[in-house]
Design a protein around this ligand. Structure first.
Ligand SMILES: *Cc1c(COP(=O)(O)O)cnc(C)c1O
Length: 440
């Protein structure tokens, strides 16, 4: 069960902090750097286990997730209009399955085994299924069924689910359809549901923020910028800061910017245009209900090249409102042109990522141009997924020329590729090759 049978809202994990050992200072976690031969101290999620204390040490299922890094990028900072030492990329592509989803899936898998689940399932735009599938293949404690929409999944991601042995159901429709269906199936069949409706996923994803703080020597940055899809990350980040503040482990909370793709901008519309707010938990449910009714009436479907955030019905919507409230947040939308341009800049100057991830950098640039982010702010952009997840989008962008633009890109409004870096065709001739090289 992932939602309240009475009100239908998603469940939220809360702890009796007075009954668990909580460190006096975040620095106490540093001691685990010297005991990395212990898998739960090695894990970038579980070495913070006192901050997600729902499992005993011997119940934890870990595959070394969260060995990720925060890297300053001067060139990406320049692109966004920030001071050269002010932009940091939190590279979650380094996770075992190549996306941040592993942070949450280690927690959900742990909980699944704690409750004796034999089968787990999820709907996915690709990365959730890749992550759940790798945990199942390593843990060997439960089987996995994944639901994907038809024709929507990037090949890198699909290949992972298949290779890790997950049963993969390709159903007609998009992610929103697949998620609605998998929730029904799980309820009816007693299958353990691993989408971010699962509150334990969010517990694991809090650790992304713990690692950001750790990399900044426990100093709180000014901004966290994150792409918004189902809003699990956004919700988890808000919860992390809320709890750290409550526990007296930080003295201030960074601002949160959630970036939607323009073709999947429900949160942007409801928060920025309709002014919907958390309002101490008494948010105006009628407002969002009306919005979704209208969406259904017009049969509006999410559409963006950033397939990981191609979601029109974000399940963690209300938790994200809470996160925006906690973090004095803002929401913006960026189009696919902005996303792919930013992605090329990330690739050229900072680790590389899949399209959805680059929404964070495009969003930081936009907020700087609006003056919401100041040039001297310290800004952390979350790179949610690895570049190799979706090589088609990358190659299509870099192969674009003035005469030719990939059809899929142009159908999503991407008409130029100012940072393209296409392969140069040269005859297999020494002189000609040298001539080309000297012309660089
Ligand atoms: C899942 C995913 C997102 C969206 O995250 P949410 O928590 O659903 O908002 C963004 N980028 C990538 C690469 C993802 O896999």
């Amino acid at each position: 069960m992932t939602s309240c049978p009475k009100c239908g809202e998603l469940l939220d994990v809360t702890y009796h902090w007075d009954q668990v050992p909580v460190p006096q200072s975040l620095r106490e976690f540093e001691k685990r750097w010297s005991t990395r031969n212990n898998p739960i101290d090695f894990s970038g999620v579980w070495r913070f286990r006192e901050l997600l204390p729902f499992a005993h040490d011997d119940q934890i299922i870990t595959i070394g997730e969260g060995q990720t890094m925060l890297k300053a990028s001067a060139s990406v900072a320049r692109y966004a209009g920030l001071n050269e030492d002010g932009l940091f990329l939190q590279y979650e592509g380094l996770n075992p399955s190549g996306s941040f989803k592993d942070n949450g899936m280690t927690a959900a898998s742990t909980h699944a085994v704690m409750v004796g689940a034999k089968v787990a399932a999820c709907a996915s735009t690709g990365n959730t299924s890749a992550s759940l599938a790798i945990y199942s293949s390593v843990a060997q404690k439960f089987k996995v069924v994944v639901f994907v929409g038809s024709g929507k999944i990037a090949f890198g991601k699909l290949s992972q689910a298949l290779d890790y042995g997950a049963k993969t159901l390709q159903i007609q429709g998009d992610f929103d359809d697949a998620l609605a269906r998998v929730r029904e199936v799980c309820t009816q069949e007693g299958i353990y549901l691993c989408n971010s409706v699962n509150p334990f996923r969010l517990e694991g994803q809090k650790s992304i923020m713990f690692r950001v703080l750790e990399s900044l020597n426990w100093e709180v940055p000014d901004w966290i910028v994150v792409p918004g899809g189902n809003l699990g990350n956004s919700s988890a980040f808000g919860k992390a800061f809320m709890e750290l503040k409550q526990l007296g482990l930080i003295d201030r909370i960074p601002r949160l910017a959630i970036i939607n793709a323009q073709g999947a901008n429900t949160l942007y519309q409801l928060y920025e245009q309709h002014g919907m707010r958390w309002n101490g938990g008494n948010y105006d449910l009628d407002q969002s209900t009306d919005f979704f009714t209208q969406m259904d009436k017009e049969n509006r479907r999410a559409s963006t090249l950033a397939s990981a955030i191609e979601i029109n019905r974000p399940v963690n919507f209300s938790k994200a409102l809470r996160a925006l409230d906690v973090c004095d947040g803002v929401v913006r939308e960026v189009d696919d042109q902005q996303i792919l341009d930013a992605k090329a800049q990330v690739g050229a100057g900072g680790l590389g990522c899949e399209p959805a991830s680059a929404a964070s950098v495009a969003g930081a640039k936009l907020l700087k141009s609006e003056g919401v982010i100041a040039a001297g702010d310290r800004v952390v952009c979350i790179l949610t997924g690895h570049q190799l997840k979706d090589p088609n989008a990358t190659v299509a962008y870099h192969s674009a020329t003035d005469e030719h633009m990939d059809e899929k890109l142009s159908s999503h409004g991407v008409n130029t590729a100012p940072f393209s870096n296409g392969p140069i065709v040269v005859e297999n001739d020494l002189d000609k090759i040298i001539e080309v090289i000297r012309s660089f």
